[in-house]
Design a protein around this ligand. Structure first.
Ligand code: FES
Length: 83
């Protein structure tokens, strides 16, 4: 696992660290870890996550969960940048 990914995972709330190997997007069978990897690699909007992983590309039922990951991971990155 890459260091940025390890750091990102370490900083997530416990609730969001659960079931990393399970589909977060059930419609398209995209596991949570793949979504986190896309965000860590630079996808910082819902649209970019959709393009890179197909998550939330179905009827959008997992959108809030993807947004929650984006909020936590992108906030953390900008907080780190300001240190
Ligand atoms: S679970 Fe992701 S679009 Fe339905």
């Amino acid at each position: 696992m890459s260091e940025p990914l390890t750091t990102a995972l370490a900083n997530l709330p416990e609730l969001l660290k659960k079931d990393l190997d399970q589909p977060l997007c059930v419609c398209n069978q995209v596991i949570k870890l793949d979504i986190i990897k896309a965000i860590v690699a630079g996808a910082n909007t819902l649209e970019q996550v959709q393009q890179q992983t197909s998550a939330s590309d179905g009827n959008g039922c997992c959108r809030r969960q993807v947004e929650s990951l984006l909020n936590h991971l992108c906030e953390r990155e900008s907080a780190d940048a300001n240190d």
